[in-house]
Design a protein around this ligand. Structure first.
Ligand code: PLP
Length: 398
C-alpha cells in the first residue's frame, strides 16, 4: 500500500535527529541547562540585524499581493541577478542570473541537482567523512553511492582512492568545503589536482562528471582561510548554496543552485534543474526570503563568535587529552572517540549528559561530531563532563 522505501525513511530518522529528539526529552526531565546537546547544526547566533530589519521593511513596505504571490518557478529575477553579480564580484566569475535557481535551502538544492543529472546505473561519489543526508538524496535520485575516505589526520582529498573508484558510471562527486563534520577547507592546490583528475577521467570514459559543490558554510571560516570558488577550477560544476548557516536562517528554507555557464550544455543543465524542481514540487522558493536574500546577499555571519567557541572547545578538549581535527571552517569539531565503537562511546557520554553524534553515518568509524554552534555557557558548563568521561576511560586503561 505504501512505498516501502519512504516508510523506512520516515520511521528511522537520521542519527543526528534521533539524538536531537532525545535531548528535548532529557531536557524536559532534568532541566535545559543540565543537558549538553551538541547534536544539531542549528546556529545559536541570531540572524544579523540587517536581515531582521530587511524582513520587517519588506513586510511593511512591499505591496502585499506582489510580496506573497508566486515568483517565477526558478525564482525572482532581481534576486537571481543580485546573486549572480555578487558571485562575480567576489570570485571573479561569470555567473548568470538565467542559470540560478532559487530553492528551499541546501537540502533542496542537492536533491534537485541530483535528480537533474542522475540516470539509471549512475554513480555518485562522496568524500568521507560526509553529511549523512547525501545518502538519502542520492538514493532518491536513483544513484548508487560510493564513498572515498579522506587521507591523513585531516581527511584530505584522497586522489589515489578517487582514481580507483571513478569509472564509466561515475556521474557526480559531492564536495563540501568547509566540511561538515570536520570543518576542513579544501585548498586551491588540492582542487587543481582534483580538477585535473576529473578532466582526465572524463576524457578516458568519454563521460560527464559533475562536481556538486555543497557550500552552506562558505562564509564560515576562521583565520582568514580562503575558500576557493570551485567553478573557477572545474567547468562541470553546479554550486548548491544555502543561507541557513551564513545568515542563521535554517528555519526559513532559502538557498539556490548556480549552474556554471562554463559547463557543456549549461542551458540544458539548467532546464533539467527546472524539470527536477518541477517534478518534486520545489518551485517558487519562499518569496519573502528571496527578496531578503537579494538585499542581504554578501552579509557576513558573526564569525568571531563562532571562532571564540571553536578555540575554547578545541583547546579545552585537546588539553584534557582528546584528539580532534582542527577546524578551519563551519561549526563542528570532529573528535576521536575513546574506543573503537563510536556508538558505545556516545552511549557512555550520555551518562554525563553529553550528547554527541557517532561518526558512522558520516562514513567514518571511531569519531564523534560535536556541533559547537551552541552558547558559550553550554561549552563552559560541559567541560567538566568531558573531563570526567575522559578520566573514566583512562582509569580503565590503568
Ligand atoms: N549540506 C550540509 C553539509 C549541511 O551541513 C546541511 C545542514 O546541516 C545541509 C546541506 C542542509 O542545509 P539546509 O538547511 O540549507 O537544507
Amino acid at each position: 500500500m505504501l512505498s516501502e522505501k519512504m516508510l523506512m525513511l520516515g520511521k528511522k530518522s537520521s542519527c543526528i535527529r534521533e539524538i536531537f529528539e532525545y535531548s528535548k526529552k532529557r531536557k524536559a526531565e532534568i532541566g535545559e541547562d543540565k543537558v549538553f546537546d551538541f547534536s544539531i547544526g542549528n546556529p545559536s547566533t541570531p540572524p544579523p540585524q540587517i536581515v531582521l530589519d530587511t524582513m520587517k521593511k519588506i513586510l511593511n513596505e512591499k505591496d502585499a499581493v506582489a510580496l506573497h504571490g508566486y515568483t517565477s518557478a526558478a525564482g525572482d529575477l532581481v534576486t537571481r541577478r543580485t546573486i549572480a553579480e555578487n558571485i562575480n564580484k567576489r570570485f571573479g566569475f561569470e555567473a548568470k542570473p538565467e542559470l540560478i535557481y532559487m530553492t528551499c535551502g541546501a537540502a533542496a538544492s542537492l536533491t534537485v541537482t541530483l535528480k537533474a543529472i542522475i540516470k539509471e546505473g549512475d554513480e555518485v561519489i562522496l568524500l568521507a567523512p560526509f553529511f549523512p543526508e547525501y545518502n538519502v538524496f542520492a538514493a532518491n535520485a536513483g544513484a548508487k553511492v560510493k564513498a572515498v575516505l579522506g587521507v591523513g589526520e585531516q581527511f584530505d582529498v584522497n586522489l589515489e582512492g578517487l582514481e580507483k573508484e571513478i569509472n564509466k558510471n561515475t556521474r557526480a562527486i559531492i564536495i563540501n568545503s568547509p566540511n561538515n563534520p570536520t570543518g576542513a577547507v579544501i585548498g586551491a592546490s588540492s582542487l587543481e589536482k582534483l580538477a585535473a583528475l576529473l578532466e582526465k577521467k572524463q576524457k578516458e570514459f568519454n563521460s560527464h562528471i559533475t562536481i556538486i559543490a555543497d557550500e552552506p558554510y562558505r562564509e564560515l571560516v576562521y583565520d582568514n582561510v580562503a575558500v576557493p570558488y570551485i567553478p573557477n577550477f572545474y567547468d562541470n560544476t553546479v554550486v548548491c548554496y544555502s543561507y541557513s548557516k551564513s545568515l542563521s536562517l535554517p528555519g526559513e528554507r532559502i538557498g539556490y543552485i548556480s549552474v556554471s555557464p562554463k559547463m557543456q550544455n549549461a542551458g540544458d543543465m539548467f532546464a533539467a534543474v527546472c524539470g527536477a524542481g518541477r517534478s518534486m514540487g520545489y518551485v517558487c522558493a519562499p518569496s519573502l526570503m528571496q527578496y531578503t536574500a537579494a538585499v542581504c546577499d554578501g552579509v557576513c555571519p558573526d564569525v568571531e563568535s563562532y571562532d571564540k567557541r571553536r578555540s575554547r572547545l578545541y583547546s579545552a578538549l585537546t588539553e584534557i587529552g582528546y584528539s580532534a581535527v582542527r577546524p578551519d571552517g563551519a561549526f563542528y569539531l570532529f573528535v576521536k572517540a575513546l574506543e573503537d565503537d563510536a556508538f558505545k562511546f556516545c552511549e557512555r557520554a550520555k551518562k554525563y549528559e553529553l550528547l554527541l553524534v557517532p561518526s558512522d553515518d558520516f562514513g567514518v568509524t571511531g569519531y564523534v561530531r560535536i556541533a559547537y554552534c551552541v552558547t558559550e555557557k553550554q561549552i563552559e558548563d560541559s567541560l567538566p563532563a568531558f573531563k570526567m568521561l575522559y578520566d573514566e576511560y583512562m582509569g580503565e586503561k590503568k
